[in-house]
Ligand binder design. Structure first.
Ligand code: PXP
Length: 242
C-alpha cells in the first residue's frame, strides 16, 4: 500500500505575499505538484491571510483533479469563507496570530462543544472533516465521538526532537494512536515538520495512510525545482515504507 502525499503549498503563497504581487503563482504550484505525483494539495486559510487567499482556493478547486484540503481554525469566519469554496476536505487546526506555524494539535476534549457544531456544519455541506490532534488516545476517542472523518496526528514534537535524542517514545505514541484511530474507523493522516530525513519512521506506521508535508518540499523546491522536490519526497516515503 502506498502512503499518499498531500503537498502543502502555503509557502509558495508566502513568497508571493512578500511582494504583494502575482509571483510565484500557488495555482501553478498545485498543478505542478499534482503532475509530479502528489495525491492531494493542502492549503491553510489563516485569519490574517498571510499566505493563501480565497482566490487561490477557488482556482485550485477548479483546476485540480486530486483532492483539495483546506486547513483552518474552527471559527465562524473561517467557515463562512471556506464552505462556499467547497474543498473536498477541511482540517481543523488551532491557530493564533503570533505563531509562525501551527503549534500543537487541537484540544478536541476542551473544544468538544464548538467542534461538534463546526463538524456538523461542514459535513452537512458535503465536506469531509479531519482534526489535527496530538497523538493521544483520549483525543482520538473524542475525534471519533465528534464524528470526524479523519485525524491528522501532529508530528511536530517528533520532528523537533534535538539531534541525537531518542525518538522511540514519540513514535510509540504515534503508533498506538494510529492503531486506535484506525480501529474506530477514522482515516489516519500525519504531518508537521516532516522532511526527507525524518519521514521514514512515520511512513513505516501502516495505519497512517497519508502525510501532509509543506515547508521542506517548498524549501527544497527553491533549490531543485518543485517537481523534483515532490518526486524525491515520494521516493523517500516509498523507501521508508519498504
Ligand atoms: N499539517 C498541518 C495541520 C499543518 O498546519 C501544517 C503546516 O501548515 C502541515 C501539516 C505541514 O507542516 P510542514 O510545513 O512543517 O510540512
Amino acid at each position: 500500500m502506498v502512503t499518499r502525499l498531500g503537498v502543502n503549498i502555503d509557502h509558495v503563497a508566502t513568497l508571493r505575499q512578500a511582494r504583494s504581487g502575482h509571483e510565484p503563482e500557488p495555482v501553478a504550484a498545485g498543478l505542478m505538484a499534482q503532475s509530479a505525483g502528489a495525491h492531494g494539495i493542502t492549503v491553510h486559510l489563516r485569519a490574517d491571510r498571510r499566505h493563501i487567499q480565497e482566490r487561490d482556493i477557488r482556482l485550485l478547486r477548479e483546476v485540480l483533479v486530486v483532492p483539495l484540503n483546506v486547513e483552518c481554525a474552527a471559527t465562524v469566519d473561517a467557515l463562512e469563507a471556506i464552505i462556499p469554496l467547497k474543498p473536498h476536505w477541511v482540517t481543523l487546526v488551532p491557530e493564533t496570530r503570533e505563531e509562525l506555524t501551527t503549534q500543537g494539535g487541537l484540544d478536541a476534549i476542551f473544544l468538544q462543544t464548538s467542534l461538534k457544531s463546526v463538524i456538523r456544519e461542514l459535513r452537512a455541506s458535503d465536506i469531509h472533516v479531519s482534526l489535527f490532534i496530538d497523538p493521544q488516545l483520549d483525543q482520538v476517542k473524542m475525534a471519533s465521538r465528534l464524528e470526524a472523518d479523519a485525524v491528522e496526528f501532529n508530528t511536530g514534537v517528533y520532528a523537533d526532537l534535538p539531534l541525537g535524542a531518542d525518538p522511540s517514545g514519540e513514535l510509540q505514541r504515534l503508533k498506538e494512536s494510529a492503531r486506535l484511530a484506525e480501529r474506530v474507523g477514522l482515516k489516519v493522516l500525519a504531518g508537521h515538520g516532516l522532511t526527507l530525513h525524518n519521514v521514514g519512521p512515520v511512513v513505516a506506521i501502516p495505519e497512517i495512510t497519508e502525510l501532509n508535508i509543506g515547508h521542506s518540499i517548498v524549501g527544497r523546491a527553491v533549490l531543485v525545482g518543485l517537481e523534483a522536490a515532490v518526486k524525491e519526497m515520494l521516493a523517500a516515503m516509498n523507501q521508508g515504507r519498504a
